[in-house]
Design a protein around this ligand. Sequence first.
Ligand code: B1H
Length: 806
Amino acid sequence: MDKIEFKQTFIERLAELYAMEVSDATPIELYQTLGSIVSTTYTKQWSKSWQDYRDTKQKQVYYFSIEFLPGKMLKSNLLNMGWLEIVEEALSELGIKLDDLIEIEPDMALGNGGLGRLASCFMDSIASQSLPGNGNGIRYRYGLFKQRFVDGHQVELPDEWLPKGNIWEVRKDSKAVDVHFGGSVHLEEHHGRLKPVYHGGYTVRAVPYDTGMVGYKNGTVNTMRLWDVAIPAEEEEHYRSIEDRRMVEELTSVLYPDDSNEAGRKLRLSQEYFFVSAGVQSILRYYKNLHLPLEQISRYIAIHINDTHPAMCIAEFMRLLVDQENLKWEKAWRLTLQVMSYTNHTIMAEALEKWSIEMMQDVCPRIYQIIEEIDRRFVEEMSTFHNQGLIQRTRIIQDGQIHMAHLAILGSHSTNGVAKIHSDLLKNVILNDFYVLYPSRFNNKTNGIAQRRWSQLANPAMTKVLNQTIGDSWHRTPTDLHLLMNFTEDDEVLEQLAAAKLENKKRLAAYIKEHKGIEVSPEAIFDVQIKRLHAYKRQLMNLMHILKLYFELKNDPKRDIHPRVFIFGAKAAPSYHYAKAIIKAINETANLINHDPDIQDKIKVVFLENYNVSLAEKIIPAAEVSEQISLATKEASGTSNMKLMLNGALTIATLDGANIEIREAVGEENIVTFGLTEKEVYRYYQEQNYRSLEWYHNDPVIQRILNAFIDGTIPNIVNEGKQIFDSLIQYHDEFFVLRDFADYCRAQEIINQLYQDSRRWNQISLINIANAGIFSADNTVERYAEDIWQIRPNPSSQLGGAAQHD
Ligand code: B1H
């Protein structure tokens, strides 16, 4: 479609939809019109992709995730369709700014953080690699809460995103399936086989809403299927009371806002079973329509379990094969193992899901029976070869609880971690017992990011420089960014990149002024920590370093530091009081420092509200320092580290998660690392000899800073300050903040020094961009496709399968 054609279509569509002309239409109407043109255009390719997969019976993967975090989709769809430039120009000729329309789109936030965003980055890359793959999740009516600050405290507001209209989804009533909950089950003999007989309980209808996942200029459009709940018409009489109806509606009402532990809530378990059962049933229905033998299902279908939240896929698949399709247990189990694969995203103990037997029996009694049988057979089978200790530690049911990670590992052929260090810890420490039993099941797949969204879409200024310098092959082949390494000594390129960064910083400065009323200088270093608020991520250590600088400047206003703006973005789980205390402390410190005339704008602290995908797209292009400072071993991978690196930020990092691979990629001189290593952390655990109190007593700097939390230096944090102080002293500083603090300050001083040499700094920035290509999710999903899912690119995609040039 060319510009003239597009303008014509736009004017016609606006008239069809609203009987209006451009000059009369509001941005909402213009947005709807553009969305309608985009979606009706890719719809043809959507049904073609789908028919291709079906007609040629290609193996497909289904990515089950209780969270998807796509953010806004308009611009990404335009980019992937190859329309972005034409549409932007054509609209501008009609007097419309594309950016004004993008503002209208709600930010789809059906996820908490890295795990949900990873699922969406994968959806983009799976489609862009012409791979046959689909998402399966929940269509929450309320996404992750909106964060507001009131007197520096986090306040949560509901995220009602749907009433604004979601132009990308298509409701498919004809594809609905029923999901049964509760009641009881007993087994009866039928023709020599035991069959379940259900009593009571209730049935709900799962109705899918499909959203097209548009691949990058390859004609592939895959499906993200999110399930909504409805009361089946024929069951109306069972749902007479308001409570009964509410109970059903609640199933898809809210996303649980805790990204580490959801303390055994029945509704959460019901949500898990709901989207698992709906998804697995619809896959099986599709497969049966292909009229292929059930025994061959693993040649055509792969199911991926994103963390343990969908681990019941294993039991649900068994239920359908055994109860409904009458397969023998052994055969069904073999198929289940071949179909299923699992990714672990954390070693934090509180995030490893366990459910009580009672609750599981209550929510899905037949699933409980099946898990019990899986467990029983595992113990029986292992008893001839292995010692009892090992078996007891690895079995699924222990002490009245069902260990979902055990189910996921024992019921699948692949368990992977999300960065090298994380996968090694799984094998050697956390899941070592399982590794001993099934070494070949374990593998690593380092995370990746949707490269084009985090460069071309978020950072057009940098993109322009890159295109002029190295061409545009990196759009499809992100490792071609490496071509930039030919320009490390090219002053013109270095300066152009610096100019692009400055432009982005000015834009962020304007945003900060508008939203926080804080004036920041674009000449200052923009230092960014953006991620969920968690003790292990150590935002507190960042705050302590800010306080250190503050006290130094108070003592010696002439102290020579390059001005710096410390920027935070972070939501805390609503029930995570400690994390909220840290938010309050950062906000009060910001207030104190930003208004202190002695500081002369040498440091500014900005905590931006409501960190989400759209805000990330504004912050990341302007960032110069990327704070990746979790305690070694705790951050499984991290993904903001990759996005910031791609945008030319220098990483200050512990040797944790993917930071280690980033260091390998850029070289030691182009990253600043500090802190305890994995080995040192484990030595402390073993010898139990970390005494945070001693670090407090022996270090006057630490003392001065910690006292500020309880002596009124930081105002209005009487309770929060005490809680923070106590966590470090009385409760022994679980995440070694005091232990790593001095080394962190040393690393920060190196950054301050490096920034003085702007040429050197610009080189580091360029080298970071040049080496970010390996962290493209295109790459990551290719590895999943080859090693785990065994799926291949669709040969009839417009790229003929393999990735080729534009
Ligand atoms: C990650 C979670 C998570 N790991 C429980 N685990 C949740 C756990 O709702 N819950 O109950 C939700 C999310 N999220 C993150 O995954 C890791 O912390 C990051 O290091 C990693 O980059 C990301 C993607 O792999």
